[in-house]
Write a new protein. Sequence first.
Length: 135
Amino acid sequence: MLMLESAANFPDHYARTLRVWRERFLKGYDKVLTTAAPKNPQLILQENDLVESEHQVFSCASSSSSLTEVESMDGLPDATANDKRNAGYNDVFRRKWEYYFAYCEGAFATRTLGCTQLVFTRTYNEELSDPRLLM
């Protein structure tokens, strides 16, 4: 049998944390592009893979559509092969992360999302009776 030892809720902490993360992301975005990204081409390759998989999804979805031009969710035309090669860390990437941080911040601030920590222990847990733990 388990006993509840403690419970804590942290929504305000997470809302503040996400706001700070968003601000730091936006403030340091250009610096990362000029310093870290050129030295680590794997970062760009991972983003290109994401762009390519997104466009495959949009192409499949549009095959049954009557649209004359395939558009992505952000309203821009489907990328060509050249666009995909040059995608890297573009403005769409930055806006997605800015939106993600802001959305999560709002969700925690309005208590739509929450973070609760529950600590359980088993009954008759003799380790908790250790005098060193009680000091």
